[in-house]
Each structure stands twice: as structure tokens, then as C-alpha cells.
Unconditional design. Structure first.
Lengths: 330, 275
């Protein structure tokens, strides 16, 4: 059995990394914080790279790929902290929307936001054409025109737009169980979180090699390098778990919800630890808005809590293990 | 236009600290190295793609780009990446790295050119591992073709290429009749560096090389990739260049601060012995 991603999957991730480094550097992310409007160019590039069409079947104009083809691309989006409903549109919607909407999804002309029914706010609802929302045990798809949005609400992440949503399930179409939708979102966010975690560690590793104190780089001190190594270990442990979740989703494994929870719990813990270690290693400059670190740190904080934080997902894993659903045999 | 682009894989320059030289220095230990396409060859591929398309409609090909590399089976990863980027077909000449030197590669490329009959060969000015900077010039000599080296701009004309070369104090523009050989420098991937006859002169490309989209990466698996044997192309396979010994460069000493210009001059004269 091969446990690594294919050459094509690795190449696609490297290609997207290069494109995002060129077209969406940290200065562009900072501009979004400062209120720069989205001109659509980044989304067009992502469409050209095949993100929204990856999971859409070929019969509907998509590429007919699976979650393993997409997961490392979401990591790259996380590494660049790409704003907007990428996970919702590219990872969740193709497996949740009715066939009639898949053509538009593959073409990049339909964007989707997701709400978990427990948190009062929905990210990126303002730019979505369709909202996938949970109520009770069910998830519903509603056109944007069928819901009422509040004004944009403040977020710890200035590039993340939050909205309160008023809606009635009778205006929507039941699409799947709420747990299924939450598991898909959790696994997609796990990929983004690992990309963020990697970005913060890379930034910090670079910084501690050039920041000098007592005549040597601060990265040579055990008090700095050991926490960074610990954070890298946490990241390295989380990544195979993420790939396992992607594999389970692609094959509709009965235990996919548990695997998604494992991925989200470990990815969120990795990102939170990387953020804490990065902040510590950067010293005072890490607290300032002038340094780019906070752009990635605050996205990590926001996404770690979205669709269940680590404790909630660990509780779900325990529940699955001690009282497994009838369809799952752990 | 039909263009041949030779590609070489090189050890990732960003991980140069992973290069190990075993005791004795007879060879380089390549274990654990990550391989990347030679950056100048990537620029050559980008230039060739621009010359065979209308920049405004790049999905419609207006010519053919053939990429060729020399090396073991693993080198096909480099070729597949080039095919995903837009090259139309690929050739791998099966050979071990230590069976090759610039002379052999230039002769083998000549045999491939004789067979494929491209209108131009566009290649990187040098590989960033050996930095030899000689295969393009040798190949042009073997072919008897005009050559324009270190190109910073290329403009296609009827039956010719107009090539700009950056030199001390300015830019020299050469007109080379096709078929011709061009080696490219860094700035060939600037937004207004390369124009085919189809591309309008006010069109601007993105800065740098293009990135392969996922659909193209998947489609690349179906593009033709031929394998040739080195012995089929070159009768004399004796190496003209032999490496007698490798050694790592000496580690740099930390710099010092001097009190004044007089001390600087004294040290440059007596210690560094550069003046």
C-alpha cells in the first residue's frame, strides 16, 4: 500500500504554492484587513487551478477527483491564508449540493457558505450564492435570496467576514445530516489549519536564524529551538491523520466522521501550538500589527474554534469509541 | 513554430547544505537530495511556450514545444512537470548522470535536432549545478546554426528571431535567421520579454514562469513521452570532462571591524593581499 501522495498531487500543491506566493503575498492579505475589495482575480486563478471543479464529477464538467487530490491544495490555501469560502465551496459543496448546481460549481460561478447551527455567525455568507445551514439533525441548502443577513460582524481575523443569518428550513432543500456536513467542514478546516501551522513555523524558523542576541542567532538557544521542534513534531503527527480523514471521506468510510474529528482536533492543536511558539519566538514584534505573523495567527485562532474546537472533537472521538454508532465498527 | 527545449534536473539550490562529499572526494553523495528543474531551463520553457501561442488565448497552441532531458527514469518527473506546464511532448535519453558531460550532451542533442528538425532550440544559459555554460554554444557549433546567447527578450519575425541581450552598458539586439539556437537569461520571463507573431505587442504576461493547473497536470499523464538510448545518438561516449576530486568550499571566517581607512588599506594589502 502506498501512503504518500502521488507525484501529480505533490506537483499540484507546489504549483499552487508558487501561484499564491506570486499572486497573494502577505501584503495582499494585509490589504484585505485594511478593507481592500476582492476584485475576483484570486478566485479566477483558483478556478483555473481546478479547485472548485476537483470534486465535481466529470459528467457535470468537473475533474472527477477525490479528497486526496484536493487536500494538499487546501493546505496551500491555508499556508497563504487565502480568505473566502474555499473549504465550503471546493470541499463541502460538491458532495452536498444537488446535481443541478454542480455545473455552476465546477465553472466557479457558484460560491457557498456553511453554518454549523450552533455558532451564531456564518463566515463569508455575504459573498455566497448558496448557504448550507444546520438545524437539528439536518443540513439544508438555501439560495442567498432566501436568507436574511445582518451587517458584517467583527472577527478576530480582519480578513474573515462574519454574518448573522436568519432563515427558515422550509425555504431550503434538505441535503444531508448535520453531522455529515460538520464532519466535512471540520476535515477541510483541518487542512487549512495545517497549512497555517506550517506557515507560522516557517516564518519563525527563518526569523530566529537572523535575529541575533549575545552574538549568535536566537534560534541556537535551546529555549527557542526546542519549542519549535515540538511544534514541528505536532504538525508532523497531525498530517497523516488529515490524509486518513481525506481517504475516509473519498471512500465513504463508515468511520469518516471520527476520522474527521481526529484530523480537526490534531490540526487545531498543531496550529494553536505553532501560533503560541511563533509568538514567543518573535518576541515583542510578534504582538504588533506591523509584523505579518498576526495575520496567520489570528486566522488559526478563528478556524481552530470553527466547527468544533479540539476539546469538542476529542469528546466526539471518545463517544465514537466508547459508544460507536451502529454503522461504525472501530 | 517547433521548438526543442533541453531540460536538466539539478539538486534543489535551496537545500545546498544537504550536499555531502564522502571521504576521498571522488564523487558527490546525492542521497537525500531533492531535485528541481534547472531554473534557467524553466525560463527557456516559458519562453518557448510564449513563442508558440497567442498570449491572449494560451490554451490554443500555435506550435509545438518538445522537451528533452538526459538521465535515469526518475528524471521523467521533471518532464511530466514540463508537460503539465504546457509542453506538447517529451523525450528522455536514458543515461546515468556520471555517463554525461557537456560534450556528450551537445552531440546527443544534435542527433535529436537532426531527427526532430525544430525551427529553434531554446535553452537555459547554464545549469545551476555545474555552471558550465557551454552546451548551447557547442550545440550551435555542431549544427552550424546562428546562436544568440543570454537572451533577455525574444520577438518572433518572419523566418527570424529578434533577440535582445543585456551587456555592460546596454542591450544588444541580434536578428538570427531560423533555424537558430537561443540561450536565455533571467529576465526572459518578464511580462513583456517574449512575443510570438500572434501575440499583440501591448499584451503583458504574468511576471515569471506559469504554474501548472491541476487539470493540466492530470492531462500531462496522457502526453507522449519517448525514451531514447544514449548509444543510439552518440557513437563516442568517452567523457571529455572528468572530475578528479570534489571538496566543500572553506567555511567563511567572521568579518572584523577596522578603525579607519588606513587600517583597511593595510589589511587589504598585507593580509588579504588583494591590492
Amino acid at each position: 500500500m502506498r501512503f504518500a501522495l502521488s507525484d501529480e498531487q505533490v506537483q499540484a500543491a507546489a504549483s499552487l504554492r508558487g501561484l499564491l506566493a506570486r499572486d497573494f503575498p502577505a501584503t495582499a492579505l494585509r490589504a484585505r484587513w485594511d478593507g481592500a475589495p476582492d476584485d475576483g482575480a484570486l478566485w479566477s486563478s483558483l478556478c483555473e487551478m481546478g479547485l472548485p471543479s476537483m470534486l465535481v464529477p466529470e459528467a457535470h464538467g468537473g475533474l472527477g477527483g477525490d479528497e486526496l487530490d484536493l487536500v494538499s491544495l487546501l493546505e496551500e490555501c491555508g499556508r497563504a491564508a487565502v480568505p473566502g469560502p474555499i473549504v465550503e465551496t471546493c470541499w463541502v459543496a460538491p458532495r452536498s449540493l444537488s446535481a443541478a448546481r454542480l455545473g455552476a460549481l465546477a465553472a466557479g460561478s457558484l460560491r457557498v457558505a456553511c453554518g454549523d447551527g450552533e455558532a451564531p455567525l456564518v463566515a463569508d455568507a455575504g459573498e455566497a450564492d448558496v448557504l448550507l445551514l444546520c438545524r437539528g439533525d439536518e443540513a439544508f441548502a438555501l439560495d442567498r435570496a432566501r436568507v436574511e443577513l445582518s451587517a458584517r460582524q467583527p472577527s478576530v481575523d480582519g480578513a474573515r467576514a462574519l454574518f448573522e443569518v436568519r432563515w427558515d428550513p422550509r425555504d431550503g432543500e434538505a441535503i444531508c445530516s448535520a453531522d455529515e456536513l460538520r464532519a466535512r467542514m471540520a476535515s477541510g478546516l483541518a487542512a487549512v489549519l495545517l497549512g497555517l501551522s506550517r506557515r507560522m513555523l516557517d516564518m519563525t524558523s527563518e526569523y530566529v536564524q537572523v535575529r541575533r542576541q549575545f552574538g549568535v542567532p536566537v534560534g541556537s538557544f535551546q529555549a527557542v529551538k526546542h519549542p519549535l521542534a515540538t511544534a514541528l513534531v505536532r504538525l508532523s503527527v497531525a498530517r497523516p491523520v488529515l490524509l486518513r480523514a481525506a481517504y475516509s471521506l473519498a471512500r465513504r468510510d463508515p468511520a469518516r466522521a471520527r476520522h474527521a474529528s481526529m484530523a480537526k482536533a490534531l490540526a487545531a492543536e498543531s496550529a494553536l501550538l505553532s501560533a503560541r511558539v511563533a509568538l514567543q519566538a518573535h518576541g515583542a514584534i510578534g504582538y504588533s500589527f506591523e509584523h505579518d505573523l498576526h495575520l496567520f495567527m489570528k486566522r488559526a485562532w478563528a478556524l481552530s474554534a470553527a466547527f468544533g474546537g479540539p476539546l469538542e472533537h476529542r469528546a466526539k472521538i471518545a463517544a465514537h469509541l466508547f459508544d460507536p454508532p451502529p454503522t461504525e465498527n472501530p | 513554430m517547433k521548438i526543442l527545449v533541453p531540460l536538466k534536473r539539478v539538486a534543489d539550490p535551496d537545500n545546498a547544505n544537504k550536499i555531502k562529499i564522502p571521504a576521498g572526494g571522488a564523487t558527490i553523495d546525492t542521497t537525500g537530495l531533492e531535485w528541481k528543474p534547472n531554473p534557467f531551463d524553466e525560463y527557456a520553457l516559458e519562453a518557448a511556450l510564449r513563442l508558440t501561442e497567442n498570449g491572449a488565448t494560451p490554451k490554443t497552441r500555435g506550435g509545438e514545444v518538445i522537451v528533452v532531458t538526459f538521465g535515469p527514469k526518475e528524471c521523467e518527473t521533471t518532464l511530466r512537470a514540463a508537460l503539465a506546464t504546457g509542453a506538447d511532448r517529451a523525450i528522455r535519453v536514458d543515461a546515468k548522470d556520471d555517463e554525461l558531460d557537456g560534450s556528450i550532451v551537445a552531440k546527443a542533442l544534435r542527433a535529436i535536432v537532426d531527427k526532430e528538425k525544430p525551427d529553434a532550440v531554446v535553452m537555459g544559459k547554464q545549469a545551476v549545478d555545474g555552471d558550465s555554460n557551454q552546451i548551447g554554444q557547442m550545440l550551435a557549433q555542431h549544427l552550424g546554426w546562428p546562436q544568440a546567447t543570454f537572451a533577455a527578450t525574444i520577438e518572433e519575425e518572419d523566418g527570424a528571431l529578434l533577440v535582445g541581450r543585456e551587456v555592460d552598458g546596454g542591450v544588444i539586439t541580434l536578428r538570427v535567421k531560423l533555424p537558430a539556437l537561443v540561450t536565455v537569461d533571467l529576465r526572459i520571463v518578464a511580462p513583456t520579454s517574449v512575443y510570438s507573431k500572434q501575440t499583440k505587442r501591448d499584451f503583458k504576461y504574468n511576471d515569471g514562469v506559469r504554474f501548472a493547473a491541476l487539470p493540466a497536470i492530470m492531462a500531462a499523464k496522457k502526453k507522449p513521452l519517448a525514451e531514447l538510448k544514449l548509444a543510439e545518438l552518440v557513437s563516442d561516449t568517452a567523457l571529455k570532462v572528468q572530475y578528479s576530486r570534489f571538496e566543500a568550499p572553506p567555511s567563511r571566517k567572521a568579518g572584523i571591524k577596522v578603525k579607519d581607512v588606513a587600517e583597511l588599506v593595510t589589511r587589504l594589502k598585507n593580509e588579504a593581499k588583494v591590492i
